[in-house]
Design a protein around this ligand. Structure first.
Ligand code: UDX
Length: 429
């Protein structure tokens, strides 16, 4: 199938490369010329597992190319996917400026085209496709949805670090369709993906994405709440949730307690859902508490630290792990940001180390110390906080901590093994 993808960020590029690897003919559109040139020369503008090899293969097989010319890309395609970013505004509401722009560009191109389907993959709050995207497409194309062009909502469920695997092997594909004709085009694309396809209304598909991320965030905050009780009882929350996860009514995944969730999706999506609920005159108390638990969880590490070492002023604190999760350099809403902010405010001497995320963190905290390796960060430290569960930290042994001034080791993620490092203390274990 000939597909145009508007926006070559994380979702757009990984989706495009995934579809190209399945033999589709993909053209990726972005306004940034530099990005487009990089993609065409087989260099991904972001880091993601397997992306570089698969991008190079797609370019070689001529199944993928990038361009800045949206009109030409739309004209040449049967299906157009909107994959632009949907950031939050200052109040946490969804900011639709990129979606609006994409819809205008596509609408303009549709004016002189035969029937095509426009599918929104960007995460958009319920009612956006029907009350914002379709009216723009109709205005700029001069055509009617369902007649001149088709419309679908096709949410993505990609995780950073396993995005290509998630594109190629989804748990399910959700197709919110304006009408049957529109949905049939998407079904044709997805039928060889070996995953169940759920065809539904556009508004339902929009909400599935938010309900999905909201529930995952809730699962983690629930685990953290139980974890904080566990800590007071002197038990390990992982032992407890192992038993809970064995109930066939739950999945055992996403019960890992720790220093709270972060990243580019959960915080923004839960915030946008809360704002939308309020707009609909509903007070979403559960979701608000999910966010509040998460916020408290991040600074709880510093409170634990103070219980162990007292005032942190002028103490050397080693912080291991800065990215919001392992295998990415992404620090958006990472727990390390709140932890370092609090440590800096309290006058601690922070020595931070991360395998990938230090360059980005330097922009946020230019005045703390960054070390070349774990050993340098630990040397003479009064305490160590492990914030992200990188494999490199899982390999640490008791003797690696010998160079610390005092052996206070606190984990915000389950990393160390009691047999290897007997003296560590966890946030909920
Ligand atoms: C998430 C969703 O999983 C994905 O479906 C959606 O499309 C985008 O948002 P991502 O942000 O890449 O993906 O990361 P994810 O692996 O879901 O982790 C989110 C946060 O939750 C991370 O901070 C992670 O450390 C934390 N987490 C995850 C936990 O604290 N405990 C868990 O059990 C799982």
């Amino acid at each position: 199938m000939k597909i145009a993808i508007i926006g070559t960020g994380y979702v757009g590029l990984c989706t495009g490369v995934g579809f190209a690897s399945k033999g589709n003919n993909v053209v990726c559109v972005d306004i940034e010329e530099e990005k487009v040139n990089k993609i065409n020369s087989g260099v991904p503008p972001i880091y993601e597992l397997d992306l570089e090899d698969m991008l190079k293969d797609s370019i070689k097989s001529k199944n993928l190319r990038a361009t800045t010319k949206s009109q030409e890309a739309v004209s040449a395609s049967e299906l157009i996917l909107i994959c632009v970013g949907t950031p939050s505004d200052e109040k946490g509401r969804i900011d639709l400026r990129y979606v609006n722009q994409a819809a205008q560009d596509i609408g303009t191109a549709l004016k002189d085209c035969d029937y095509k389907v426009v599918a929104v993959k960007s995460t958009v709050i319920p009612e956006t496709v029907e009350s914002v995207v379709i009216p723009i497409l109709e205005e700029y194309s001069g055509k009617k949805a369902g007649d001149g062009f088709g419309v679908c909502m096709n949410p993505e469920f990609l995780r950073e670090g396993s995005a290509l695997k998630d594109v190629l092997h989804p748990d399910r594909t959700v197709i919110g369709e304006f009408d049957k004709r529109s949905g049939d085009v998407l079904e044709r694309l997805y039928k060889n993906f070996n995953a169940p396809i759920l065809r539904t209304k556009i508004k339902v598909a929009e909400l599935i994405k938010y309900a999905n991320n909201g529930f995952l965030a809730t699962k983690i905050s629930y685990s953290n709440e139980i974890g904080n009780i566990c800590k007071r009882l002197g038990v390990d929350v992982y032992d407890v949730m192992k038993g809970v996860g064995m109930d066939h009514r739950f999945s055992p995944h996403f019960f890992s307690a720790g220093a709270g969730w972060g990243g580019s999706c959960f915080p923004k999506d839960v915030a946008a859902l809360i704002e939308k609920a309020k707009e609909l005159n509903y007070e979403p108390k559960l979701l608000e508490e999910v966010v509040a638990i998460n916020k408290r969880q991040k600074v709880r590490m510093v409170e634990h630290l103070e219980k162990r070492v007292g005032d942190v002023k002028d103490k050397k604190i080693s912080v291991l792990g800065l990215s919001f999760k392992p295998n990415t350099d992404d620090i958006r809403e990472a727990s390390s940001l709140d932890i370092i902010k609090s440590l800096v405010e309290k006058g601690a001497n922070v020595f931070a180390y991360d395998p990938q995320a230090m360059e980005l963190m330097k922009r946020e905290f230019p005045h703390i110390n960054y070390t070349e390796n774990v050993a340098e960060s630990l040397k003479d430290a009064d305490a160590c906080l492990i914030v992200t569960e990188w494999d490199e930290f899982k390999k640490l042994k008791n003797e690696d901590f010998d160079s610390m001034k005092t052996r206070v080791i606190l984990e915000g993620r389950k990393v160390l093994n009691k047999d290897d490092v007997p003296e560590f203390d966890g946030i909920c274990w």
